[in-house]
Design a protein around this ligand. Structure first.
Ligand code: HEM
Length: 489
């Protein structure tokens, strides 16, 4: 089935790498009538997957929370057709616990009660809308943000927060980006059928895993939110079964988590854990340990391909599997971040087989986040980081897109990243961002490096990442946006 590219928001196709300046505006709908008018005027400027982004023009994409859809005036029956996780939101207590955000497991500062936005604190205005702006330069971005914020009051919208981003260019100057710990990021992404070429040696993923209304990895059409056909008298939405019209088609769901990174604490811990028996620092071992936590070297080379040292020739290498080349984790530890977040061919049943890859295809994430804050060292040099004063907030605006938040984002976070019994491991979670204690109080602050004849076990990992905000959004198709803008009370 051909994808209706003109109706799909552009962020699904691309991360706007040629638009390195970006900001996210979190908005609250105060006046629904004015807000719908504002939305209606914005729609023609929204970047779709059809056009190539024009560097001379800023790109806009927009997403709405469930309370945001209600605030715009979507009827209760239609609101009830959205998936439970969107209706309940990221901070529903059971979900919070599964995501590792509840007080028992997380740093108390990272609990939703203390989040800077999207949390449950009394002072917080509910987030209704996420407007994403991408521009070719900081100056162009400022102009776009100014124009946009200038339109908000008349548009019946209040600005809750402006979240700035900083795309950290890789030193290799080849268009690559780093995250704040100093590792090359945005290497491995799913290749979506009909949109992207195959990524590495992993099969392309059916479009329905990321876009509503298309066939997914189970050969089924993902459930779409619907409106009763009488509520769409002008036929703005495509007809669907049982007398409904399809509000979901060409849309998706967007997960946003603001993740503060404790960069100095990360390198301090590694510095101590890698010292020689006489107490002197061992920078080479420190770097090796850092790479083992991530599963790639800072330059990007995957450990399964290059276990002993970084290799610039492998900076974007993504054609590897685990079962074939490293079933015991002797090259890339079984609990490394990339091995947990995408186990590739190592899943049951029958690791190493096409069946294993087929299971993996049902849990893929399209990552579209960007970093924020200035790096502690411009060259990501651990020595410089260890000497620097770390007072400022910096981290990752983690954004991922998926058609089924429960089966994709929540599954990855809960069953792989936070799982203290992942892949035969015990009492450890993702070394970069997993909780360091179970809700029962049992510590999960270890990291095992499989080895022959003996494995190495590092204990006492502190939290390197603290959640500062987050929400689940619906990323509507263009026709659905027109429908929402046209609602009448
Ligand atoms: C501050 C937090 C985080 C940091 C510093 C971080 C860092 C990284 C790095 C350096 C890579 C390797 C580069 C690449 O393959 O693109 C990576 C890959 C990945 N990360 Fe994260 N990450 C963070 C949070 C998350 C979260 C919250 C999730 C999901 C819930 C996640 C899922 C993934 C996935 C799916 C991959 C690709 C793995 C693969 O396909 O091999 N990450 N991350």
């Amino acid at each position: 089935m051909n994808l209706e590219l003109h109706d799909i928001q552009g962020i699904i196709a691309r991360g706007y790498g040629k638009h390195p300046a970006a900001a996210y505006l979190l908005l609250h709908v105060a006046e629904p009538v004015a807000a719908r008018r504002w939305l209606g005027a914005l729609i023609d400027r929204i970047q779709t997957c059809e056009q190539r982004p024009d560097p001379a023009v800023p790109c806009f994409n927009i997403a709405l929370t469930h309370p945001g859809l209600a605030a715009l005036g979507l009827d209760p029956e239609a609101l009830g057709t959205f998936p439970t996780e969107l209706q309940e939101g990221m901070t529903e207590p059971q979900r919070s616990r599964a995501l590792g955000d509840d007080g028992a497991a997380a740093d108390p500062k990272g609990t939703p009660r203390h989040w800077a936005w999207g949390g449950t604190g009394h002072q917080q205005r509910p987030v209704h809308c996420l407007l994403m702006l991408f521009a070719v330069s900081p100056a162009e971005l400022e102009l776009a943000v100014e124009a946009m914020t200038g339109s908000l009051a008349d548009g019946g919208l209040a600005l809750i927060s402006r979240l700035d981003t900083s795309l950290l260019a890789d030193q290799a100057k080849d268009g690559g980006v780093r995250e704040h710990f100093g590792f090359r990021d945005a290497i491995s992404q799913p290749g979506i059928q009909g949109l992207h070429p195959q990524s590495g040696n992993l099969p392309q993923v059916p479009a329905g895993e990321f876009i509503l209304g298309y066939t997914n990895a189970y050969g089924l059409i993902t459930e779409c939110p619907r409106v009763h056909r009488q509520r769409d008298p002008d036929g703005l939405l495509p007809p669907a079964e049982f007398g409904t019209h399809d509000l979901g088609r060409n849309g998706s769901y967007l997960v946003f988590r603001q993740l503060d990174q404790r960069v100095k604490a990360f390198w301090q811990f590694l510095d101590q854990a890698s010292r020689d028996p006489d107490g002197s620092a061992n920078p080479q071992r420190r770097l090796e340990l850092a790479a083992r936590l991530v599963g790639r070297w800072p330059g990007g080379a995957p450990l399964v391909e290059s276990p002993e040292q970084d290799d610039p020739a492998l900076a974007t290498e993504n054609s590897f599997s685990y079962q074939q080349s490293d079933p015991q984790g002797l090259r890339c530890p079984l609990g490394a971040h990339i091995r947990r977040s995408n186990p590739r061919d190592s899943l049951s049943p029958n690791p190493g087989s096409a069946a294993s890859l087929a299971v993996n295809a049902t849990h893929r994430l399209l990552r579209r986040g960007r970093t924020y804050g200035t790096p502690l060292s411009a060259s990501f040099d651990p020595e410089e980081i260890l000497r620097a004063a770390d007072g400022e907030q910096r981290g990752l605006h983690f954004i991922c897109i998926n058609a089924n938040i429960t089966r994709q984002f929540e599954f990855v976070q809960r069953s792989w990243i936070n799982n203290s019994q992942f892949n035969g491991l015990l009492d450890e979670t993702d070394p970069l961002l997993g909780p360091r204690r179970l809700p029962s109080g049992r510590p999960t602050d270890q990291f095992t490096i499989q080895g022959c004849p003996v494995r190495q076990r590092i204990s006492g990992l502190p939290s390197f990442v603290v959640v500062r905000g987050g929400a689940y959004f619906f990323l509507p198709g263009i026709a659905a946006l027109r429908y929402l803008a046209s609602l009448t009370p």
